[in-house]
Design a binder for this molecule. Structure first.
Ligand code: DQA
Length: 144
């Protein structure tokens, strides 16, 4: 059984009730169910959420140490956290895929969301497709 880490940053614990016009009405349990249902045989989904930058960074260390691919929605940290970027770079420098995902399309929103400090070190970026952003990332990181 291989495990994919699906990491979600600040305020994503409020999915379902937070700005449903932007993020939809489904919550993180719904997201987990979507990913479990679409995962290839033998793929375990480890979906986590934190509002704490340090915790997110330590989960990225865990991905490196245990050689787990990462699907990362850095949420607002996307736009300014060099600490998170440096930790995410450890994942891709270790030869592991890290896909940056967003539910909304940040480029179609406020100007401060147009910058991602993570994208340049990510394996790839998928944004604006709702939960399909994660589903497509899962398909990519688990392709045979
Ligand atoms: C987000 C977009 C970010 O700009 C925002 O801060 C989030 C969610 C998204 O999934 O669309 O919290 O990452």
């Amino acid at each position: 059984m291989s495990t994919v880490l699906v990491l979600n940053g600040p305020n994503l614990g409020r999915l379902g009730s937070r700005e449903p016009d932007v993020y939809g009405a489904a919550n993180l349990d719904d997201l987990r169910a979507v990913l479990v249902a679409s995962a290839r045989d033998g793929v375990n989904i480890d979906l986590r959420q934190t509002d704490d930058e340090a915790e997110l960074i330590h989960w990225l260390y865990q991905a490196v140490d245990e050689r787990m691919p990462v699907i990362l929605n850095p949420a607002a940290f996307t736009h300014y956290s060099y600490a998170l970027r440096d930790a995410a770079a450890l994942v891709t420098k270790a030869g592991l895929p890290l896909i940056e995902v967003h539910i909304s399309n940040p480029h179609a929103r406020e100007t401060f969301r147009h910058t991602s400090v993570v994208s340049a070190i990510a394996t790839g970026v998928i944004a604006g497709l709702g939960f399909d952003s994660y589903r497509l990332a899962l398909d990519f990181v688990t392709q045979p």
